[in-house]
Design a protein around this ligand. Structure first.
Ligand SMILES: C[S@@+](CC[C@H](N)C(=O)[O-])C[C@H]1O[C@@H](n2cnc3c(N)ncnc32)[C@H](O)[C@@H]1O
Length: 398
């Protein structure tokens, strides 16, 4: 089992690609990872009448479908930055009718998405980070180094810069920085120099030339071990093109800020960099401001969150045998403390301002593509929810 905190992309590498025909339906294109555990950890906040859940990375809709099946009155807001994924998930989830609203957006836009839908708070938010099997397996998306393809790698092909743009325009310093920081590539400087040299001869357009360049610029011993030496470069480019790490950091905080008391946030990560961010953010949300030696934490110093699944959950051997893509997955979760925990305290419990920092993509277009505009009681406000919720809702801290 990969730990999710290792130095390099762990486990069988998804970017090796698998080759899936374009016509296959969503359910055949992506096997939802840790499905049972994800459903279990969110379940206590979703059993009541009027519950609303957000899938902030809808993908092929596998996790969303499981929640909608299990909770027949649940309403779900499904967000994805990839219009192709939304279209496929929309077909898969069509049988749930108005219980589902699909929104084309990046997950750090969630507060605006919820405002547009008239939702002040929601009961659960789920993130299944990274790329889907659809994106990896479609050759022309350019995520896989296994087959020659245009160097695109955008999760949303309607906007933004491509991997080819990065390779052809970034300075040597910036290339070396992203290869080192986002790919944890030991030979970042050497590969960046080769890229700058080679693009003088001819611009980069497709993946095979980049794969060959990386192979030629790492020591022979590295070539022989640890799979394709280009995998770290591909991971770095993908993260840069989609601004993945900054987006995850903003998204987790802003999603937590819109959880109802007793609401839950769960996040599945797939490599050490995003897992470190998830671990840090969830820990901050769950750490008291009281001095550690106090025998009892005063109500005023209670953190807004309570960590669930301490240390995270990874796939078991049965799942790994069926789905090697689960090898690097780690599930983490946090509970928004119920109001009971804050009895006697003035003001709202652990209220957070919208923590989104400036985004290079601010003002991105958002499109509600399916279902009703207001998937929940339009009169429901944060205060209504505060009055209704309470109790520990089966907390599973461990
Ligand atoms: C691993 S897949 C999700 C799979 C899904 N849970 C399922 O069972 O089918 C990740 C999806 O999230 C989308 N995605 C990744 N990061 C995102 C973000 N920050 N905002 C919105 N969508 C994102 C990708 O486009 C991709 O479709």
């Amino acid at each position: 089992m990969a730990s999710g905190t290792s130095a390099a992309p762990a486990g069988p590498d998804p970017a090796a690609g698998a080759g899936t025909p374009a016509e296959r339906p969503a359910q055949e294109r992506h096997v939802p990872i840790l499905l049972e555990r994800c459903t279990e950890v969110l379940a206590p906040s979703l059993a009541h009448e009027g519950a609303v859940s957000v899938d902030a990375t809808l993908g092929m809709g596998g996790h969303a479908e499981a929640l909608l099946d299990r909770f027949p009155r649940l309403r779900l807001v499904g967000v994805d930055r990839d219009p192709q994924a939304l279209a496929l998930a929309g077909t898969r989830l069509a049988r749930f009718g108005e219980r589902v609203t699909l929104v084309h957006a990046v997950s750090d836009d969630l507060p605006d998405v919820l405002d547009d839908l008239g939702l002040d708070v929601v009961d659960a938010v789920f993130f299944d980070l990274g790329v889907s099997s659809l994106q990896l397996d479609e050759v022309d998306r350019g995520f896989s180094y296994a087959r020659d393809a245009p160097l695109d790698m955008r999760m949303d092909q309607t906007r933004g810069i491509t991997a080819a743009d990065v390779l052809n325009t970034y300075s040597h310093g910036d290339l070396a920085r992203i290869l080192k920081n986002y790919g944890e590539e030991r030979f970042a400087g050497r590969i960046a120099s080769a890229i700058v040299r080679e693009r003088e001869r001819e611009e980069f357009r497709s993946s095979a030339r980049l794969v060959e360049l990386v192979r030629a610029n790492v020591p022979a011993a590295t070539r022989r071990t640890g799979g394709n030496p280009a995998k770290r470069t591909f991971q770095a480019l993908r993260i840069e093109v989609n601004d993945e790490l900054a987006v995850v950091q903003r998204s987790l905080r802003s999603a937590f800020s819109r959880l109802a008391p007793s609401g839950r946030l769960a996040v599945l990560t797939f490599h050490s960099l995003e897992d470190r961010i998830a671990k840090t953010v969830l820990r901050e949300l769950s750490t008291s401001s009281a001095p550690p030696d106090l025998p009892v934490v005063p109500v005023d110093a209670l953190p807004p969150g309570e960590l669930l699944l301490r240390g995270g959950v990874t796939a078991d051997d049965v799942e790994l045998a069926e789905n090697p893509r689960a090898a690097s997955a780690r599930l983490r979760a946090v509970l928004r403390r119920p109001l009971d925990d804050f009895e006697g305290r003035n003001g709202s419990p652990g209220s957070l301002r919208d923590p989104r920092g400036p985004s290079r993509d601010r003002g991105r277009r958002r499109t509600v593509t399916d279902g009703p505009g207001r998937p929940d009681d339009p009169h429901r406000t944060r205060n209504d929810r505060d009055r209704r919720t309470g109790g520990t809702d089966g907390r599973t801290q461990g």
